[in-house]
Design a protein around this ligand. Structure first.
Ligand SMILES: NC(=O)c1ccc[n+]([C@@H]2O[C@H](COP(=O)([O-])OP(=O)(O)OC[C@H]3O[C@@H](n4cnc5c(N)ncnc54)[C@H](OP(=O)(O)O)[C@@H]3O)[C@@H](O)[C@H]2O)c1
Length: 339
């Protein structure tokens, strides 16, 4: 059961200490001055520090921007940085390097870590299971251990792909039964989190949509590019998801980082929609010919790793726990696409 970690006696319940030297260094580098944050009452204030792994990716990039706007001191720890965000401190990190992950996190001493770094491409994962295991499982274990050792709260991004898709409307306690390599590695990563950082939040996402901010691939971009250029897009009408727009997703993740909630939570609106119907909504919003969206069932798409059919979420817990308003697809598309 998701519960506020503050009520527990675990590491995340530990108060934060404003005179933290690593935090001072972060702010020094970022602003080029000594620690000079002043709150509304005029008193000195030290911002909380958030370290985001995979901040150069699709979701991570939005998490960086959202956290920065919310007043966090923000570090992006990723293999590379394509599109820097002003005010975000970049640190190069390969999470499969246990010593490097430990050293970076212990040096930065963040209050919270949002762990986005992963091999998230399901077909790529299927082609290279060993590499995917190293990043998604060993890398996650490295991040979890380092976060626990520095008493940082941890939010880990997991996926609906851990389920077999036979039932849909999945609740957090449903047993995992993945159909592909990616799903297996995320189940193993969840176990690593529970063992190495029991106070962490495991935030599962069914499908995030929006436009990349710092990098990463986006389903919406691919669909939009095809439709705008008059090409058909094949979307399985038998794959049901609970999509969340990436801006709302970032809001929810940053909220979870700040509230130190413990346990597993499904993020998304109260909605179940097929990929085909989702793409139709995009076509309508763009004002293009809806016939370009074609319902091609999963088994007829060549070179595609197996996908679960219905991994829509029951998101009751998220709706009860979060202040963030979880937007349905129409409002989410309006938020990310404008209008
Ligand atoms: N997008 C979705 O719809 C969705 C749905 C469910 C769950 N998730 C989960 O959400 C998280 C973020 O997804 P995303 O879509 O933002 O993925 P993404 O765009 O692929 O971003 C992942 C980031 O992690 C980096 N990374 C990969 N291996 C690394 C390593 N060894 N060390 C350090 N950084 C590394 C990637 O860098 P490179 O580009 O250099 O590889 C990339 O910048 C993942 O855990 C994913 O499983 C996403």
């Amino acid at each position: 059961m998701l519960s506020p970690a503050r009520e527990r006696s675990g590491p995340s319940a530990t108060p934060r200490f404003p005179s933290h030297p690593a935090r001072t260094r972060l702010i020094d580098r970022r602003r080029g001055t000594a620690l000079q944050c002043v709150d509304a009452t005029g008193g000195p204030r030290v911002p909380k520090v958030l370290l985001v792994t995979g901040g150069s990716g699709f979701i991570g990039g939005h998490v960086l921007a959202t956290a920065l706007a919310a007043g966090w001191g923000v570090i992006n720890a990723d293999r590379a940085q394509a599109a820097p965000i002003s005010g975000v401190d970049f640190r190069e990190l390969d999470i499969t390097d246990e010593a490097a992950a430990g050293a970076l996190i212990s040096d930065a001493r963040p209050d919270a870590v949002i762990h986005c770094a992963a091999i998230g491409d399901i077909d790529e994962a299927e082609r290279d299971p060993y590499f995917t295991w190293r990043v998604n499982v060993n890398g996650t274990a490295n991040v979890a251990r380092a976060a626990a050792q520095t008493r940082a709260h941890l939010v880990f991004l997991s996926t609906s792909t851990i389920f077999d898709g036979k039932r849909g409307n999945c609740i957090e306690e449903d047993p995992p039964n993945p159909l592909n390599v990616y799903g297996h590695t995320k189940v193993a990563a969840e176990y690593a989190i529970r063992v190495l950082h029991p106070a962490a939040t495991i935030a599962r996402i069914s499908m995030a949509y929006g436009y990349p901010r710092t990098g990463g691939a986006s389903f919406l971009t691919r669909v939009e590019q095809a439709l705008r250029s008059g090409k058909p897009t094949n979307q399985p009408g038998d794959e049901f998801r609970t999509p969340i727009d990436v801006l709302t997703c970032a809001d929810a993740l940053v909220e979870l980082a700040g509230t130190h909630t413990q346990g597993t939570i499904h993020l998304g609106p109260r909605e179940r929609i097929s990929r085909y119907d989702f793409a139709l909504k995009v076509a309508r919003r763009l004002g293009v010919d809806e016939r370009l969206v074609q319902d091609r069932r999963a088994q007829t798409l060549p070179g595609r790793a197996p996908r679960p059919k219905d991994v829509s979420f029951d998101t009751t817990r998220a709706h009860h726990m979060l202040r963030t308003k979880l937007l349905d697809t129409d409002r989410g598309l309006a938020r990310v696409m404008g209008g």
